[in-house]
Design a protein around this ligand. Sequence first.
Ligand SMILES: Nc1ncnc2c1ncn2[C@@H]1O[C@H](COP(=O)(O)OP(=O)(O)OP(=O)(O)O)[C@@H](O)[C@H]1O
Ligand SMILES: [Mg+2]
Length: 631
Amino acid sequence: MDILKKIQSYREEEEKLKWEGTFSDYLELLKERPYLAQSAHSRVYNMIKSAGIEEENGHHKYKFFEHEIYGLEDSMEKLVEEYFHPAAKRLDVRKRILLLMGPVSGGKSTLVNILKRGLEDFSHTDEGAIFAIKGCPMHEDPLHLIPHHLRADFQDEYGIRIEGNLSPLNMMRLEEEYGGRIEDVLVERIFFSEDKRCGIGTFSPSDPKSQDIADLTGSIDFSTIAEYGSESDPRAYRFDGELNKANRGMMEFQEMLKCDEKFLWHLLSLTQEGNFKAGRFALISADELIVAHTNEAEYRSFIANKKNEALHSRMIVMPVPYNLKVSQEERIYEKMIRQSDIKDVHIAPHTLRVAAMFTILTRLKDSTRGQVDLLKKMRLYDGESVEGFSDVDVEELQREYSDEGMSGIDPRYVINRISSTIIKKEMTSINALDVLRSLKDGLDSHASISKDDKERYLNFISIARKEYDELAKKEVQKAFVYSYEESAVTLMDNYLDNVEAYCNKSKIRDPLTGEELNPDEKLMRSIEEQIGISENAKKAFREEILIRISAYARKGKKFDYHSHERLREAIQKKLFADLKDIVKITTSTKTPDEQQLKKMNEVIATLIDEYGYNSSSANELLRYVGSLLNR
Ligand SMILES: Nc1ncnc2c1ncn2[C@@H]1O[C@H](COP(=O)(O)OP(=O)(O)OP(=O)(O)O)[C@@H](O)[C@H]1O
Ligand SMILES: [Mg+2]
């Protein structure tokens, strides 16, 4: 029921936002809120700005992009500050087509989509509201009604500059429907919607032979010519091309550089003059952001062709490279998995991280600075601290290549490999090793990987694998320390028994066999060495501890694990070193005894409860770490 209520209240909200009035009412609105008359570019910029801007060591982070686009803060900053912002100020870049250039699956379409969806939402806000001449198929800007000779006066009074000519259709309507009385022309608030073809358009070229330019510019509707008597009667024109429909908002031009030239020429005058021409019809003014996207190879061949010079000079190219941060790449995968049909499969911790390491490595370029290998670079880029490197070094590395991130493995490949593995093997859970294996197997069938690249990539897979081995070992050791306190006390008691026997020159009794044994010198030294007690100093250290114990006893206090700081430190270090052996034995034994079994179960429970494994991935991890430690 809740959802129905929500639908109803949404409808009511929508209803409240509607506005309709005469042109003179509209001017009243503009007096108070001149921003309502902003240009398409300015609206896009304000939309981005209104989501918030964070300042981080000299860089701007535009929050508008942060929910969908990860790791590209610098590119987004460039995009906003070198295109959207100046375009909003009516600087010349506004007259250029925005061409996003980046490698496959690097997020170009995602970026265009969030701009579109963002504009739809923004048009529902006060700041982003748009008004248009009512009943106009191109939702023309009402200010076009103001005749040219009065525009300077208007600008003085309202502070708003008007660009563009009243379309022939509205010119005719003004005469016929309103008797030339501009002030009476009806104006309404419009809301962008790609589905309703209002303010947001997409042009996608198909077969150049069959595709009609009308798809882009609209066309004369010959069936109505008889009715209106002439081809140039504006009523005989159908304003239903993408450029018409996207007026006031934005149009995405898909595969622009693959498109037949005749489609592109229209963009020349649109971008430069703010109008376009269709057939035998008058020029049509339009105000819209045009975004296209392409990859580097396509772009290079486009500019290599002299014929394209004019068009090229009317484009502004913004790079959208791959993300180069491991942690952000992980988020990309998480997002893509959430949106996919494999979202219910258990993905063991570190799986996506390890895949991301591999992917990022394929995107990085070897630095000419000797001491930084790709693995270090990968860490530095992700904000980790690496000994011997500072933030300044990181910036220097980032500046070294302008085209870093323009090649390498794309996120879609990784997700495809993960899902195909899951589907093929009917797995309910997947871990880092499964994914690395699958990434490796897939390299053969990856279309755009050369033989040299493949060699390099195989090497990266083994690097990622080694990184995983370390992560896996640490994870298990951490889980073993769950009952750390208990183990520490046991080890300390054992040490103290031996120290006592050593100082008293007596024997200790084996608790199981009852056998009399000499103090275990090896055990004592292995602990003492942890805190650098030399062979010569050991006697003094042991005696000091015994004295401390008797002092405690005299005062009726219990000597425990926390009573002697240095001893505690030694025990702790020893435990961590030993853990390796415990883990090794416990995880690799085929026939665990009761104690080991108990330990295993504890560790598995910790892995599940605290580290996000499920029982099968936890068991796999233990087995794997066992085999690693036994190598
Ligand atoms: N930096 C990124 N942040 C968030 N998601 C990303 C990023 N890069 C890629 N993706 C994800 O990867 C997938 C492919 O991205 P998208 O389709 O936007 O790429 P594209 O550049 O348009 O690719 P193509 O050249 O194949 O058209 C999407 O699911 C997208 O969300
Ligand atoms: Mg795309």
